[in-house]
Design a protein around this ligand. Sequence first.
Ligand SMILES: Nc1ncnc2c1ncn2[C@@H]1O[C@H](COP(=O)(O)OP(=O)(O)O)[C@@H](O)[C@H]1O
Ligand SMILES: [Mg+2]
Length: 531
Amino acid sequence: MTAAPPPTGPDEPGAAARIAAGYASDGPAVELGSVVVAGHPHPEAQVRLPLSMINRHGLIAGATGTGKTKTLQLIAEQLSAAGVPVVLADLKGDLAGLVRPGQPGDRITRRAADSGDPWSATGFPVEFLTLGDIGTGLPVRATITDFGPVLLSKVLDLNETQESSLGLVFHYADGAGLPLLDLKDLRAVLTWLTSDDGKADLKGLGGLSPATAGVILRELIALEDLGGDVFFGEPAWEPADLLRQAPDGRGVISAVELAAVQDRPALFSTFLMWLLAELFEELPEVGDLDRPKLVFFLDEAHLLFTGASKAFLEAVTQTVRLIRSKGVGVFFVTQNPTDVPSSVLGQLGNRVQHALRTFTPEDADALRKTVRTFPKSADYDLGDLLPALGTGEAAVTVLSERGAPTPVAWTMLRAPRSTMGAVDEQVRADVVAASPLQSKYGVAVDRESAYERLAARLAPPAPPAPRETPAPRPPGPPAPHRGRKAPQAETGGVVAAVLGSSAFRAFARSAASALGREISRGVFGTRRRRR
Ligand SMILES: Nc1ncnc2c1ncn2[C@@H]1O[C@H](COP(=O)(O)OP(=O)(O)O)[C@@H](O)[C@H]1O
Ligand SMILES: [Mg+2]
């Protein structure tokens, strides 16, 4: 909060009202807070983000400790209250508090009064997810076949040549109808292609040099060594499970915990991108709605973009552009707007800019660039304002219900109504145990049956006759799915066995598909599902 504001000028309420008029809306909106003029909050002048414009995406930026995560939290709360499901990346575990009502206190009371907020402590319906089986949450898994080559290249940090080579390897496996469950399966295909027996196939692919195949192999092994394969396997996550409402009609907030994979940030952010790509492939076109179907918050978004290939950037840009008409809003959360490539930044219609630091010449440069991305303001000098914003204050501009940028508003943000910060491990564990999705995802499928399941999912769709439902698996601790059938699994399991069989060799030469149909892939190279 700004200390010792100057005395109120006579024209301040008028200026606040004029700015707030730009935020008037008929439909439902997320209430962000109140307009601040000359350091004084004007609780009667409200700054809001219309729900109908959330699919025009957004950016929450600002230096560390300026209030980005709390802004994310209060927006997520109101979306949930409006029945909109939310997916968010919980990098430090400090969004888990969404599940518990907040703690009243002097600072909350003061902020509620300043921001014009009838605050009352409230907890929200949260589903805790984890990547693979690290941490306390429902494990989100994908198979390598589902994940595809573009995203995997990002995780492996491949250059463009290596990336296109990996694309060829997937093309080969897809065409051969070879389901790839995890990193070992992919390794088996690469090993085969670089072996004496596989040489002919390698030649047929064109463009994949044995040297490049060798580099990719080494990167795969390195990722496995770092535990990067816990995330790959079955049961694979179904994106539709992110679009849920609690029995009381509020939107479920899926919080993906990343605390345990912080040393692999590229894996984390790429995984989130995978979820988004899956949603994109899955959801129908709906045009503009009066409220979004889902809102996605990508925290620490700079991790997504550093060192990203052209193919990856193009895929992000395209997904962000096209997912809007599927009713999904995407919010990037990062320190500096300049972390986000301009092709993406230009599509983020809603902006909450917290304080920027100006310690170094680079900072000053970033500040100037940031100011230029805002609409001209008659009320504030943004170059002065942005470094001077207090904690939990921001310069806001959003799209009005008519789709025009609102006047920049110095905003005193509301306080979240749930707990700010982490919760006890036990609270988390209880929520996870009680989840309706526990029986579906709680237990990993062992390697051999996982392979069969994946093969079945890839098979041409069955006629709409009564489907056979698999017997439910008994609840219990996750099956130790690695190393159990040691000799085979270690060398690539079923894929290695298939590749080594004489039937496969004969088949590979005939270039027909074992499953009858080649796998088709979407913008991100993720597998298209069949309906
Ligand atoms: N809207 C807000 N309401 C109340 N307190 C806030 C708000 N925004 C920030 N704060 C305070 O500032 C601290 C840092 O905010 P946080 O969102 O974690 O920063 P960031 O994510 O930018 O690093 C919080 O722990 C909280 O005490
Ligand atoms: Mg934060």
